[in-house]
Write a protein that binds this ligand. Sequence first.
Ligand code: FES
Length: 145
Amino acid sequence: MYSEKVMDHFSNPRNMGTIENASGVGTVGNAKCGDIMRMYLDVDDAGIIQDVKFKTFGCGAAVATSSMATELVKGKTVQEALKVTNKAVMEALDGLPPVKVHCSLLAEEAIHAALWDYAKNKGIVIEGLKEPVGDIEELEEDEEI
Ligand code: FES
């Protein structure tokens, strides 16, 4: 049911933990399944994500998508990180079962929430970044996923 990559990232999650004095922290959840994801970003003065960590209280797919999402944004610019969609995370994991697609959406939103917090702390505007919703259930109702 799960790809080898999903199992790998679930069993050996990359970048799990927290960052003290992070440049940005974002927390999102899904009221329906009760899962919560928190992302920490360390962004340098050039706008490059030097480090990223996550904490996920959720299902195995949520852990795997958080892990992969951190791998995809690490070393990227803020603008590039913004383009890491849940589809990109799923593709990098060789897919997810349809009932688990929302877990990848949680990862995308957690990154956006952390970027939003970073921008707020810095007093800047990241072009194309919308204010994140705390509960991704609201997104699922709008989007066909
Ligand atoms: Fe909700 Fe996976 S079941 S995040």
